[in-house]
Design a protein around this ligand. Structure first.
Ligand code: FES
Length: 95
């Protein structure tokens, strides 16, 4: 039963959140009062919500929106766009 949950560790904030998969990283952060900038309101327009994934990132599932707003170097360096990134497994993020 526990397998349906994932753990998102927000390293800077010192919080680990247990959640169902299916929400964006920005939604998870907001729901748990973890500050992530979102200048365009989470519409994948500004790139301001980018966050680095410290552990558990899969570059293979980077979305088209993320490719639009992040540089190739950022993508290779495990940056993700919080408002487009839907984690499906345990990760640690620098937020
Ligand atoms: S909040 Fe603007 S791109 Fe995510």
């Amino acid at each position: 039963m526990n397998d349906m949950y994932i753990n998102i560790e927000f390293k800077k904030s010192g919080k680990t959140v247990r959640t169902y998969p299916g929400y964006t990283l920005l939604q998870i952060a907001r729901a748990n009062k973890i500050p992530i900038l979102s200048p365009c309101g989470g519409n994948a327009l500004c790139g301001g919500c980018r966050v680095k994934v410290i552990e558990g990132n899969d570059i293979i599932d980077v979305s088209a929106e993320e490719y639009n707003k992040l540089s190739d170097e950022q993508i290779e360096d495990n940056w993700r766009l919080s408002c487009s990134f839907i984690p499906y497994k345990d990760i640690v993020v620098d937020a």
